[in-house]
Write a protein that binds this ligand. Structure first.
Ligand SMILES: C[S@@+](CC[C@H](N)C(=O)[O-])C[C@H]1O[C@@H](n2cnc3c(N)ncnc32)[C@H](O)[C@@H]1O
Length: 391
């Protein structure tokens, strides 16, 4: 079977590497990373991908310019091999640069074709739609229609610990990508080592919690379920085995040196709640603090924890500051954001050997702080085009 790990623009390369680290061959662009395999590979991808949004099973992919072509394309899929007679079949859709422009019409034609095929195959007059959910997506791009089945259910950024997102949340998938692109982690797998990590605008704690998951080798999907687990063709023993394997790999004792602060007491309250709900109580320290007055003192243990071969050897005690500061989208907020960005650079200056990583939709961060970033990358936070800068 062919699967797509759907990802935000700019994250395809990271998702591809994540799949390769699981031993799968993957290729991708334009928000899609393709891989092939069976249900086991699909479940492993759902359980372990940190930076992808969904795992989709590709059922058909072909040019279609008329509703009739769409209808025939969908009707020719052997739905009876995939869906049980009582499947619930919601249909979602999108159309980009295509002759067929009406998403609603494409959705209803797709549904009609599925129902017609299923009724004939199962010899029934009515589909009860009372069973497990099989969400079908019809996606048009430049007149190519792709029909997929969503194996994930809730989007993969839902890790199962978050009750409330705060005012300006950062998706967990993007947070994981920011960490992977930062100098915080050196090497991969068992050989990786970590610098102390500090988020001076930690808000509800997304970056800190993702960092702890990475450090502890915790599968991001360990505490949630996936749509495919309810499907009759997916082997329950395989699912239980992969879940057990993930439990065995989880090493909370490996978490150290992750901390943060925020100026907003409400955000901090949520952050503490999320840390506990993520099962990380006592593993991450957070403070109520204005970053303008922040001086991070590392416990001695952290400084000696940094292995010699890492880049941080030349800068003992170096901290990796990582943050998603306010973007100042409204003109009235721009001034205060600019002043905050300058303070971020000053914060780095007060901590010799530290690195600073910040994502912002404010174009002109470098000019504002008066220094060019060592690395810069274009990423999307939802629909907002952002720059991720590393100093
Ligand atoms: C975009 S939000 C960060 C959201 C966060 N990544 C999360 O996962 O919830 C920006 C955060 O910066 C904080 N902030 C703004 N000014 C600050 C300052 N001077 N010192 C510390 N934190 C500040 C805000 O309170 C807010 O929580």
């Amino acid at each position: 079977m062919e699967f797509i790990a759907a990802a935000a623009f700019g994250l395809e390369g990271i998702v591809k590497r994540e799949l390769q680290d699981m031993g799968m061959e993957a290729s991708g662009d334009l928000g899609c990373v393709r891989f092939s395999g069976g249900w086991e590979e699909a479940f492993r991808a759902n359980l372990w991908l940190r930076c992808a949004d969904r795992v989709l099973l590709v059922l058909a992919e072909k040019e279609a310019r008329t509703f009739e072509e769409l209808f025939q394309l969908v009707k020719n899929i052997r739905w009876e091999d995939v869906l049980p007679v009582n499947a619930r079949i919601p249909v979602t859709g999108k159309c980009v640069k295509s002759t067929l422009m009406s998403v609603r019409d494409c959705q209803s034609i797709t549904k009609k074709a599925i129902v017609e095929r299923m009724k004939r195959a199962y010899r029934v007059d009515l589909l009860p739609e009372t069973g497990a959910e099989y969400r079908v997506d019809v996606a048009f791009h430049s007149d190519v229609c792709r029909i997929t089945l969503d194996t994930s259910g809730d989007a993969l950024n839902r890790r199962g610990y978050r009750t409330w997102n705060g005012e300006a949340p950062l998706r967990e998938t993007l947070a994981a990508a920011l960490l992977k692109l930062s100098p915080w982690q050196k090497g991969r797998g068992e050989r990786s080592s970590f610098m102390p990590l500090y988020d001076p605008c930690c808000g509800t704690g997304t970056l800190l919690i993702e960092a702890a998951f990475i450090m502890a080798d915790r599968a991001p999907g360990l505490k949630r379920s996936f749509a495919m687990e309810e499907w009759q063709q997916v082997d329950k023993k395989m699912v239980a085995h992969l879940r057990r394997e993930a439990e065995d790999r989880y090493r909370p004792e490996n978490i150290s040196g992750i901390s943060g602060s925020d100026i907003d007491p409400e955000a901090l309250k949520l952050c503490k709640k999320h840390i506990v709900q993520a099962g990380l109580g006592g593993k991450i320290t957070v403070y109520l603090k204005d970053l303008r007055e922040l001086n991070v003192v590392l416990p001695e243990r952290m400084e000696t924890d940094i292995p010699e071969e890492t880049e941080s050897r030349a800068v003992p005690g170096g901290i990796c500051f990582i943050c998603n500061p306010p973007y100042g989208e409204r003109m009235s907020d721009r001034r205060s954001c600019e002043s905050l960005y300058k303070q971020l650079r000053k914060l780095q200056g007060r901590h010799p050997g530290s690195r600073l990583c910040a994502i912002t939709a404010y174009i002109g961060f470098e000019k504002c702080v008066g220094a060019r970033a060592q690395k810069k990358r274009r990423l999307y936070n939802g629909r907002l085009e952002c720059e991720y800068l590393i100093y």
